[in-house]
Design a protein. Structure first.
Length: 131
């Protein structure tokens, strides 16, 4: 009675290590791996198909959805600067540039002029290493 576990233990210890495909199929190792790979590739194919058809889908949605017509932009007349503000600007110009300079006109900056100012600020701020 006590010999049976000893014999079973001796049989297990006597067997050399075997690599068999049967354990992979019986334990669902390989079929499970193949199923996982298949699911991943199907998901990638679905994502690729969705992304490639997204422009068509967006154009279809835009055709279906009613769009509100944009209201025309209301342009308000540019208020003239007060004489006091023009005098202050003229004084600042004379102080910075010296006598002999005068203010010819004042106007709001256009987007193109704002872009030049932004580019100048960018060049100034990137011309030195901050501490």
């Amino acid at each position: 009675m006590t010999l049976t576990p000893l014999i079973a233990a001796a049989d297990v210890a006597a067997k050399p290590f075997e690599l068999a495909w049967e354990s992979l199929w019986d334990d669902l190792g390989l079929p499970l791996a193949l199923m996982g790979i298949t699911v991943v590739f199907l998901a990638l194919a679905a994502i690729t198909t969705f992304i490639s058809n997204l422009p068509r889908l967006m154009s279809w949605i835009e055709r279906l959805s009613p769009r509100a017509k944009p209201e025309p932009a209301v342009t308000k007349p540019v208020d003239e600067l007060s004489e006091e503000l023009v005098a202050v600007i003229a004084a600042a110009v004379e102080t910075v540039l010296g006598p002999g300079h005068r203010v010819i006109r004042t106007h709001e900056l256009t987007p193109r002029e704002l872009a030049w100012a932004q580019q100048g600020r960018w060049q100034h701020q990137t011309s030195h290493k901050p501490r």
